[in-house]
Design a binder for this molecule. Structure first.
Ligand code: COI
Length: 361
C-alpha cells in the first residue's frame, strides 16, 4: 500500500466547456502522480509516491530515455456514469501488462496493487475533470522512463513513474465513422523476440513513418503484417484488429509480436459468449483480400482503449483495394461498440466484474 503525499495546485486550470471539441490527448489536468526509483534505495527501490501540480520535468540531457528509449506506458480511461459514479475498466489487466512491458525493457516493476492505487488516487483527486458527455472520458496515461545520466547502453539504475490525465473525445476525428486502412508491405512493427508485445514508446516511434505514408495517401492507419514473411495480419497502428469472414471471427494470436489488448480480450470474451467461433491465429493478407473479393469479408474492426471499437471500411494492399460491407458500420461491430461502452458507462449490467469503482463524481 502506497503512502501517497498530496500537494494541491494553488490555482486550477479552466476546464473545457465544449466537450465535443476535446480531441484526443491534448489537454492535461491540474495534477500528476509521481514516484521515484533508485536501485540503491532499498526495498523495491520505489519511493516517494506523491501527487503534485502538473508541471514539466527537469531531466539531464544525458539521461538514458533520451538516447535509448528505455520507457514503457499504459493507456486507460475513467468514465462518468449517468448516476455520477467515476469508474475504471479492468485496471488490473493494465497493471499486469505494465509488469510485462517493464520486464521486457529491464525497467523495475511496480506491484499491481500499487499501480491501481496510484491511478485511483489521481483520478479521485481529478474527478471534476472526468467529462460528462457520453463518448468522452478522462484518458489515463501511466508511464515510466529511465533517468540515469549514462551514454553506455545499459539499464538505468534510476527511473520516474508518472501518471497524467487528459480529458479526451474519440481517438479518430471521424468518431465512429468507418476508417480506411493501408496495409504496410515494406516496413514492419515487430518480429519474434523483439518488443511487439510490450507497450513501449519505441514501438510507436518506429511506426510513425508508415503512418505518415498512409496518411498522405488518405488512409487513417497502417495494418502491420508479420515481420518474418510479410504475410500474416497482426495489428493496426493503435489498435488490435478483427476480421469477420463467413461468420467466424479472426484475430492475430498474442505470441509475442502483437500487443495483448485489454479491449481485444474483452471482445473475444463477448464474441464467445454470443456463440461466435473466435480464431486466434495466423490469417494471411491474401486470404483477407480474397474473402473481400468473394463477398465473404463481412466486417473488419479495430479495438483499443483509445479507439474502443473502430469499424474499417476499406483495406488497400499493394495495388488491390477491398471495400468492406457497404462502407457502413457492421452489425457485430455496432453491437460490440454498444456493449463495451454500455458496460463502461454503466448502462449495461456488469455481469463480468470488469468495472472497478473509484468514487462518487
Ligand atoms: C490506447 O489505446 O490507450 C493506446 O495506448 C494507443 C495509443 C498509442 C493512442
Amino acid at each position: 500500500m502506497l503512502d501517497i503525499k498530496i500537494t494541491k495546485a494553488e490555482t486550477l486550470k479552466e476546464k473545457p466547456t465544449d466537450e465535443s471539441k476535446l480531441g484526443f490527448g491534448r489537454i492535461f489536468t491540474d495534477h500528476m502522480f509521481l514516484m521515484d526509483y533508485d536501485r540503491s534505495y532499498g526495498g523495491t527501490g520505489w519511493h516517494n509516491p506523491r501527487i503534485e501540480p502538473y508541471h514539466p520535468f527537469s531531466i539531464a540531457p544525458g539521461c538514458v530515455v533520451l538516447h535509448y528509449a528505455q520507457e514503457v506506458f499504459e493507456g486507460m480511461k475513467a468514465y462518468r456514469t449517468a448516476d455520477n459514479k467515476i469508474q475504471l475498466f479492468r485496471p488490473e489487466c493494465n497493471a499486469r501488462r505494465y509488469q510485462d512491458s517493464c520486464d521486457r525493457l529491464c525497467i523495475p516493476q511496480i506491484p499491481e496493487e500499487d499501480f491501481v492505487q496510484a491511478v485511483k488516487a489521481l483520478v479521485e483527486l481529478e474527478k471534476d475533470w472526468v467529462p460528462h458527455t457520453e463518448g468522452a472520458t478522462l484518458y489515463i496515461r501511466p508511464f515510466t522512463f529511465a533517468t540515469m545520466e549514462q551514454l553506455g547502453v545499459h539499464a538505468s539504475t534510476s527511473y520516474t513513474f508518472c501518471i497524467i490525465l487528459s480529458p479526451s473525445g474519440a481517438y479518430y476525428a471521424t468518431g465512429l465513422a468507418p476508417v480506411r486502412i493501408y496495409v504496410e508491405d515494406e516496413y514492419i512493427r515487430a518480429a519474434p523476440g523483439l518488443t511487439g508485445f510490450a507497450k513501449c514508446g519505441g514501438n510507436y516511434a518506429a511506426s510513425i513513418k508508415s503512418g505518415e505514408i498512409a496518411e498522405a495517401l488518405g488512409y487513417s492507419q497502417v495494418l502491420w503484417l508479420d515481420g518474418v514473411e510479410h504475410k500474416y495480419v497482426e495489428e493496426v497502428g493503435s489498435m488490435n484488429i478483427f476480421f469477420k469472414i463467413d461468420g467466424k471471427i479472426y484475430t492475430a494470436a498474442c505470441t509475442g509480436t502483437v500487443l495483448p489488448g485489454v479491449t481485444r480480450r474483452s471482445i473475444i470474451e463477448l464474441c464467445k459468449d454470443w456463440g461466435y467461433e473466435v480464431i486466434e491465429g495466423k490469417l494471411s493478407i491474401d486470404d483477407v483480400m480474397k474473402a473481400g473479393h468473394d463477398g465473404k469479408l463481412e466486417e473488419v474492426f479495430g479495438s483499443g482503449t483509445a479507439a474502443v471499437v473502430s469499424p474499417v471500411k476499406e483495406l488497400k494492399y499493394e495495388k488491390d483495394v477491398v471495400l468492406i460491407g457497404d462502407g457502413k458500420i457492421g452489425e457485430l461491430t455496432q453491437k460490440l461498440y454498444d456493449t463495451m461502452t454500455g458496460i463502461q458507462w454503466g448502462r449495461i449490467k456488469d455481469t463480468k466484474n470488469w468495472i472497478v469503482p473509484v468514487c462518487q463524481g
